[in-house]
Ligand binder design. Structure first.
Ligand code: ATP
Ligand code: MG
Length: 447
């Protein structure tokens, strides 16, 4: 019994009292992305396992240790997406988007699944906001997506977040680097974890990203890729930095960043905060010039980033950043008796159609209990509707803050209430507005 009333380890519920923060954040992220020309893409939660093996990379932690993989009833191997890029790249290919004008800019908000050890900032189900820009090799694009992430933090008022930048070169310049890494790790191989021992032959760079403390310690003094990159990659990196400087985006070069996914080339970056504990990387991304080809498409240099919205929310909380709370109940209509209850149902329907948050009794409570409930849900106004009010067609609307009452014709309530409440509430704020031709429900929602 206990099992069914407990969410699965590493997953979490977001309750109605909190969800407005997620909604605000999601809207802000999509709005910012839109300004940069990124349009939302939605892809399935699960894909063929092979997509991630190929797209994320066989030797990555994600593929080797973290995927939720299972056979469906048709015997296909299915994996819950651990990240968004592979699915976006698959959609790009499947729908022939490479025939469209380049670059193709898409963004998404999606839940990802990784079988990791749950801890602060690390869950088994988590949401990522991501952007992908397909079809450009220009360093201007690298700087553009970095500035998008930067704009997110600036818009939200986040402080103390640093941009760490590196170049991990192309497959060409990586050949020499792999040789140097192999030589370095070969000498210390008896201390590497079993997974990294396997990586030594196949992909020694992955050892740099291992979470095992011993491997981390060994990797600390390993040769840095930045010392091995070829002239073209170096030129590209210099240019990215120049664009960032031009846009006044501060960065530090961190030669230790290699990123956890195999498909990255050239620019890689992370936005890191010290305010949320050990899982401080809020955003990570970079270039993946070879991915589309790896998946069977035409050569399409591309890039993107993923931002964990859970970690971003933790950071906003830690820095005391406030979210605009949505407005609650504007008016509670309290009917007395069956007849009034029918009238109340019709009145709230009209008010809602006009953009008002209107509530009435759907429990069958006494008037006293209804008033208590109206108070609990924070109703700004209440109206008691008895047989007398129904008979006379008039009723009083009471301002719950000031106690002041105003009489309305019931037949005109839905028509006049919105303007009335916006006037009242803006007056209470000490603002006097000319409301001619203005979208009143939009104002109401923002009060
Ligand atoms: P980490 O080093 O923290 O494991 P990663 O390199 O695996 O991160 P990416 O695959 O680049 O992360 O994912 C991009 C972003 O998604 C991360 O920077 C982080 O904000 C978020 N993220 C990744 N894994 C998790 C998780 N298990 N729980 C919550 N957020 C996560
Ligand atoms: Mg990880």
């Amino acid at each position: 019994m206990a099992l069914i009333t407990k969410a699965i380890k590493g997953t979490q519920d977001i309750l109605p009292d909190v969800v407005y923060k997620n909604q605000f954040l999601e809207q802000a992220l999509l709005d910012i992305a839109r300004k940069f020309g990124f349009r939302e893409l939605r892809t399935p939660v699960f894909e063929h396992t092979e997509l991630f093996q190929r797209g994320v990379g066989e030797t990555t932690d994600v593929v080797q240790k973290e995927m939720y993989t299972f056979d469906d009833k048709g015997g296909r191997s299915i994996t819950l997406r651990p990240e968004g890029t592979a699915g976006a790249a698959r959609a790009f290919l499947e729908h022939g988007l490479f025939n469209e004008a380049m670059p193709q800019k898409v963004c998404y908000l999606l839940n990802c699944y990784r079988y990791e050890k749950p801890q602060a900032g690390r869950w088994r189900e988590f949401q990522q906001f991501g952007v992908e820009c397909f079809g450009t090799a220009s360093p201007a694009a690298d700087a553009e997506i970095i500035s998008l992430a930067n704009e997110v933090f600036a818009f939200l008022g986040v402080e103390n977040i640093s941009l760490e930048l590196n170049s991990i070169g192309c497959p060409e310049c990586r050949k020499n680097y792999h040789a140097a890494l192999k030589e370095y790790f070969e000498a210390k191989k008896e201390n590497l974890c079993p997974t990294c021992l396997g990586r030594l032959e196949k992909n020694p760079m992955r050892i740099l990203d291992c979470k095992s403390p011993v491997c981390k310690e060994i990797a600390a003094d390993a040769p840095a890729i930045i010392d091995y990159i070829c002239d073209d990659c170096s030129k590209h990196f210099e240019s990215v930095k120049k664009y960032l400087e031009k846009m006044n985006i501060e960065y530090t070069v961190n030669p230790r960043i290699v990123r956890g996914l195999d498909y990255y080339t050239r620019t890689v970056f992370e936005f890191v905060s010290n305010d949320i504990g050990a899982q401080g990387t809020v955003c990570g991304g970079g270039r993946y010039d070879g991915l589309i080809e790896e998946l069977g498409g035409p050569h399409t240099p591309s890039l993107g980033f993923g931002m964990g919205t859970g970690r971003l929310l933790m950071l906003l909380e830690a820095q005391g950043i406030e979210f605009p709370e949505p407005s609650g109940c504007d008016i509670y209509i309290a009917p007395m008796g069956e007849n009034a209850s029918y009238e109340a149902a019709a009145i709230v329907a009209d008010l809602r159609a006009g953009g008002i948050n209107a509530q009435t009794d759907v429990v069958g409570r006494s008037l006293k209990a209804q008033m208590k409930y109206a108070d609990k849900i924070g109703a700004k106004y209440t109206m008691v509707l008895g047989d007398d009010e129904v008979a006379s067609g008039k009723a009083k609307v009471k301002n719950m803050d000031s106690g002041e009452s105003t009489e309305f014709e019931l037949s005109e309530l839905s028509e006049n209430f919105l303007e009335f409440i916006v006037h009242q509430e803006t007056a209470a704020l000490g603002e006097s507005l000319d409301l001619d031709g203005v979208d009143l429900s939009a104002i109401l929602n923002n009060l």
